[in-house]
Design a protein around this ligand. Structure first.
Ligand code: PEP
Ligand code: CO
Length: 457
């Protein structure tokens, strides 16, 4: 699909446009100590095979278009920051498993297809609020994600190292390879995924979800009794997404599709631009405006209707179905005030973006003992506020975007296991933001499924 040689039609204007961002203000890029080494690493990445294909990206766009029309629901989840050390078979499997388990519950609740997407296979670069971190009397460059520098608090590890670009590519490739194997090779069979969920619902702490779990069980037994056995039960489409932040990675991963002559960022199917880098005249928005991938934009509580309109005009001038997703991250206390005006604004425009709730990034807090955490109840409350706002305005709540892991970590407070401040210390592993653990993720799925089934009524 992508020509490896140079026979692909390469419109010089398209190619030139892909580098226009270099002339614009840019935020959140590393200070590589050796610019020539960084350029060489980027040039090497440009020679490596694409990780995703244009055809898959196009299918995803059509799926997201369905979600924007209220006919499908997006579940996007994974680590805040993937790490190289965390790209093990078990960890990848358990994240995929968690997302699949959530998806079964959501599919039932919504009575709609659920688009499954990992914050996986490329979520290696992080925006930071400060360029430096100080511990005691030592100040070092902030950790920017494994594709840039190391987490250990030493000058050597915190130095940006362009060899990490290459390792990032290979780690993304092996992660995606395993994801594809798990989701195509029988592991994702709906009946098996459902059987994993039974353990959750049988736990007395989750008794309030037993009814819904039993309903799903009856539906599956009914299907079995009818002899239903079709491909969709055994395989799932699973998409890879990450924040398009590190330009020395995203640009060389962008290739011209030989069928259409158009550029695709082949580092992932779906790329989003973060709250800190979505300046309308900045490098990131310009670059993403030129690739064919479906694009997400994070919207925080200070977003104005005119900011939103400008983003639509830049990123989706053709108003193409499935092209643009707004991922709102307002905070539980703000969403009911901040979101409705944006939704009203959309109704007055000729645009139809997909609306997704990120109930994580507006709800951070730090405990007196110094842990960055989030309350499960705030996460749930933000999702509820998201559904309420859409219900009030008459738009579609099209998905959720969550930071989660398949492991039994203790990073977020609350949930049916009642993780408290003292418990956070027992298994806090995230190098960046706190993630829902396996049980909290499933609980969120059951709660969102309840919202979805009432929204449908
Ligand atoms: C993130 O998704 O990890 C992130 C940094 O989000 P935001 O840009 O919304 O702050
Ligand atoms: Co995060």
């Amino acid at each position: 699909m992508f020509e490896i040689d140079t026979v692909a039609p390469q419109d010089p204007d398209v190619l030139e446009g892909l580098d226009y961002w270099r002339t614009l203000p840019i935020k959140q890029q590393p200070a590589w100590p050796d610019a020539a080494a960084a350029e060489a690493a980027s040039a090497e990445i440009a020679t490596l095979p694409p990780l995703v294909f244009a055809g898959e990206v196009d299918v995803l766009r059509s799926r997201l278009a369905e979600a924007a029309q209220g006919k499908a629901f997006l579940l996007q989840g994974g680590d805040c920051a993937e790490t190289f050390a965390g790209a093990t078979a078990d960890s990848i499997r358990d994240r995929v498993k968690t997302i699949l388990q959530m998806a079964v519950v959501l599919t039932y609740g919504a009575s709609m297809p659920v688009i499954k997407m990992g914050r996986m296979a490329g979520q290696f670069a992080k925006p930071r609020s400060s360029d430096f971190e100080t511990r005691g009397d030592v100040t070092l460059p902030a950790y920017r994600g494994d594709i840039i520098n190391g987490y250990d608090f030493t000058p050597e590890s915190r130095q940006a190292d362009p060899r990490r670009l290459i390792r990032g590519y290979h780690t993304a490739a092996s992660t995606l390879n395993l994801v594809r194997a798990f989701t195509q090779g029988g592991f994702a069979d709906l009946r098996q995924v459902h059987s994993w969920n039974k353990g959750f619902a049988e736990n007395p702490a989750n008794a309030r979800y037993e009814h819904l779990a039993k309903e799903i069980d009856r539906a599956i037994r009914f299907m079995d009794a009818c002899g239903a056995d079709f491909d969709e039960l055994r395989h799932v489409e699973f998409y890879a997404s990450h924040e398009g932040l590190l330009m020395d990675y995203e640009r060389p991963m962008t290739r011209i599709d030989s069928r259409s002559g158009l550029p695709y960022d082949t580092s992932g199917h779906f790329i989003w631009v973060g709250e800190r880098t979505r300046d309308i005249d900045g490098a990131h928005v310009d670059f993403l405006s030129r690739v064919r991938n479906p694009i997400g934009v994070k919207l925080g509580p200070t977003t104005s209707v005119s900011d939103m309109e400008a983003l639509i005009d830049r990123l989706d001038p053709e108003r193409e179905p499935g092209r643009l997703t707004f991922i709102t991250r307002m905070g539980a206390g703000k969403i009911r005030d901040a979101l409705p005006p944006l939704l009203e604004g959309i109704k007055a425009m000729d645009a139809n973006p997909l609306w997704v709730s990120d109930p994580m990034h507006g709800n951070g807090l730090t405990t007196p003992t110094g842990y960055k955490t989030r309350r499960f109840d705030d996460v749930v409350d933000e999702v509820r506020g998201f559904f309420e706002s859409h219900r009030a305005v008459g738009t579609y709540p099209g998905g959720i975007h969550v930071e989660l892991t398949g492991d039994d970590v203790t990073e977020c407070l609350g949930g049916s296991e009642q993780i408290d401040e003292a418990t956070l210390a027992t298994r806090y592993e995230s190098l960046c933001d706190p993630r829902l653990n396996h049980v909290q993720s499933l609980e969120l799925a059951f709660l969102v499924a309840e919202e979805l089934s009432s929204h449908a009524r």
